[in-house]
Design a protein around this ligand. Sequence first.
Ligand SMILES: [Zn+2]
Length: 440
Amino acid sequence: MQLNNLHFPGKEGAINLEILDGKITSIRPSLPERITANSVSPENKLSPDNRSSQNNSHSSNNRPAPDNRPVPDNRTSPDNRSSPDNRLPSDLSLSFNNALVFPGLINSHDHLDFNLFPSFGKRIYRNYREWGADIQTLNKDEIAAILKIPQPLRTRWGLYKNLLNGFTTVVNHGDRLETNDNLITVFQDYHCMHSVGFEKRWKWKLNSPWKTRYPFVLHVGEGTDTAAKLEIDRLLRWNLFKRPLVGVHGVAMNEVQASFFKALVWCPASNYFLLDGTASVDRLKKNVPLLFGTDSTLTASWNSWDQIRIAREENKVTDTELLDMLTTTPAAIWGLTGCGELTTGSRADLVIARPREGLKGMDAFYAISPEDLLLVLHKGNIRLFDASLLETPSAGGLPVSSFYKTAIGNSFKYIQGDLPGLMQEILRYYPELVFPATTG
Ligand SMILES: [Zn+2]
């Protein structure tokens, strides 16, 4: 399978990728004749004005209508559904017109089962304890109503939230969830604690002789007050055996404290929502590797690209450093071999996206939104593709019949699994919910 004429953000020249058995087997410069032989101009075919008519032409074209298929019976445990083999046919060749390609992104902090919550919080807080107490009082009924939606359904939606944003790996925080890797990879191989404030018996857990296999991950320094800073000192003082620590947030963290952590997950959108401030990553980056996290919709938008733009506008890290925080650095910290990079032999986790008109290089990359994603591959399997790809000459190799069509903004995506059915099921429990995706 061949993906042609793609641009890596910030790199000169176009490349062609070959993929076989879930891996990238070759990366070569694009030759001009290949670009013109089989090219499609998605940006010309997907202007907002003609997207709906394009949709109609598909359905009148005797293509399968995946959105109308019956919903499987086992909807209450969607995570256990068998995974269709969406591996691309080896002779499939898709050529793009100046599209961007980058490794499947790695989200280093989310609470997968919390992504049906709206953002709760009525004011700026000094720390997460104040916020927690506030929402448990002010939003008690809404919280209870959403928690009545079965956890497998909430988790499944959390997986889709990540996929729709181009994440092919997510680090889930909280109870270990039963998921499989048939949509994206869920990384949970670490010792999870909530925080010094909310984790019971945290000192025992941190120093337990049975918890030595993995790093500990917990929210730290999520506040702008002295208490948030002192909490980090307390954690470090009680880390008697110098267990590896990955901190999340670190808004109150200083450079000295940072040097005792294996990594810090930066969640700027969540921080600004709660605290109207974020971590001093310009100083902290000298002493600790940085990773990027979205957190859940309890404190941040479902659109992770808006969050990435908030991070970029901080001007505390370079464009390359921010891209590394979403790819190579988390792959190294979490031990995700073959992920976070596009090299020969690496795993075929990758995203192809349509750049906004007139933008190039890193500006084009950082202007992406979920509707711009053209193709998401995870382990060499298609998980999502844009309807515009059906215009390509070799579109017959695309797995339309086993995918469901869904509208994201002004675009239509074919997505693995029954996302429309999942949304309908969730609405049975909570009819007021509004999803960012609708049945196409
Ligand atoms: Zn969190």
